[in-house]
Design a protein around this ligand. Structure first.
Ligand SMILES: *Cc1c(COP(=O)(O)O)cnc(C)c1O
Length: 387
């Protein structure tokens, strides 16, 4: 056992693979529960796109969270994992007819609608089934999040949501339609957000929009603020659980809720990010003129975040206690961006050493691809190694 990893039990398992510390996931969910219980009208949905591994979905469902889905496939995954359909929300700018029909058949809690043409299609498809679809409007609050440009979603220039100026118009449109029921407002400003000020800016914007709706005599039952709470990628051992206390408190102190209003959250990364590590084996140590490379058997096919967003993931040599040396840790894929870390200190590496690429529980396994005809990685629960 090196730190938290049962390295001696990895021998018989094909690398690379995902290792999920389910104890940490449970502890994280315990904190979420403890913090949200302070506020009886707060509801948390897990954003399935962060990680749809059935091991994790089962635990999250058993802890009472709802599910936030962005595709029909995710709705099926949620149903299969046992999430009650009345706790499933469905977001996305491009919902297909088939996905809408699937959601109507399951009587999901709510569609987070992102445009008028989408609203019209939902109304039509619901009418054909003699149903009424509950809808929230996803409003683009034009609030910037201090995060990577590719994962900010709440600016006017992003493709997501309905412009604020159009809010009253879409609400009046929905009122004319027989097969949709407008129940709330939805927002999501981005991901890996660590500045509470960004969430405060969203709260202020929602307060303004609620005032505008009230001026029209409308009070909605549900406000959904999306997700986006970040994790500490540089210090996963010191900070394994995000600061949910501050997060929920920020909303409770800054968002003015009306009587009986429910506040929904859609958290992905903050729930599962720290519980996952990508375990990979060292193939070769290659000494260059100015650098030495630790070439591992995992690459951007298993974890694309460094290549796609320039994201940092801590790498640990979990097989060696020898003095540190400096390495570039790289994968085998035929792309120059297939690099995990550059000029990084690791205990001296040898062929066969296991490396843990940390904080890979969110947007890791779900974003894996079979580029270069590679096999998709498997995910294992830490419990599997206790047998
Ligand atoms: C991706 C997404 C989330 C979850 O984001 P995290 O940063 O993982 O918390 C929540 N809601 C919507 C609509 C999303 O697209």
């Amino acid at each position: 056992m090196r730190g938290q990893f049962p390295v001696e039990k990895f021998k018989d398992i094909k690398t690379p693979f995902y290792y999920y510390d389910v104890e940490l996931l449970q502890k994280t969910l315990d904190v979420v529960k403890m913090e949200t219980e302070k506020y009886p009208n707060f509801y948390v949905h897990y954003a399935i796109k962060a990680n749809a591994n059935p091991i994790l979905l089962d635990i999250i469902n058993r802890n009472g969270l709802g599910a936030d889905c962005v595709s029909g496939g995710e709705i099926n995954a949620a149903i299969k994992a046992g999430f009650p359909s009345e706790k499933i929300v469905f977001a996305g700018v491009g919902k297909s007819d088939q996905e809408i029909n699937l959601s109507l058949d399951h009587d999901i809690f709510c569609f987070n609608v992102e445009s008028i043409p989408e609203l019209e299609v939902i109304n039509e498809l619901a009418a054909a089934k003699n149903k009424v679809a509950k809808v929230c409007f996803r409003i683009n609050p034009n609030v910037g999040a201090h995060t990577h440009a590719n994962i900010t979603t709440g600016l006017a220039e992003n493709k997501f949501g309905i412009a604020m100026e159009d809010m009253e118009f879409v609400v009046s449109k929905a009122a004319e339609m027989k097969n949709v029921d407008f129940i709330g407002l939805h927002f999501h400003i981005g991901s890996q957000i660590l500045e509470m000020d960004d969430f405060i800016a969203l709260c202020k914007r929602i307060n303004e929009l609620q005032n505008r709706l009230e001026a029209e005599g409308i009070t909605v039952k549900h406000i959904n603020v999306g997700g986006g709470l970040g994790i500490d990628y540089s210090k996963p051992n010191e900070n394994p659980i995000p600061n949910f206390t501050d997060y929920f408190k920020t909303y409770s102190e800054n968002l003015i809720l009306r009587k009986d209003q429910c506040l929904h959250f859609e958290l992905g990364r903050a729930i599962v990010g720290q519980c996952g590590s990508l375990i990979t084996k060292t193939l070769y140590i290659k000494k260059g003129i100015q650098k030495q490379f630790c070439i591992v058997d995992a690459g951007m096919t298993e974890l694309i975040r460094p290549a796609l967003y320039g994201a940092f993931h801590l790498v640990e040599n979990i097989s060696s206690n020898e003095p540190n040396e400096i390495y570039d840790v790289v994968g085998p894929i035929c792309e120059s961006s297939d690099v995990f870390v550059k000029d990084f200190e690791l205990n001296q590496c040898h062929r066969g050493d296991y490396m843990a690429i940390r904080s890979a529980g969110a947007y890791g396994e779900t974003m894996a691809s079979s580029y270069n005809c590679r096999e998709l990685p498997k995910g294992y629960s830490s419990e599997d190694f206790k047998k």
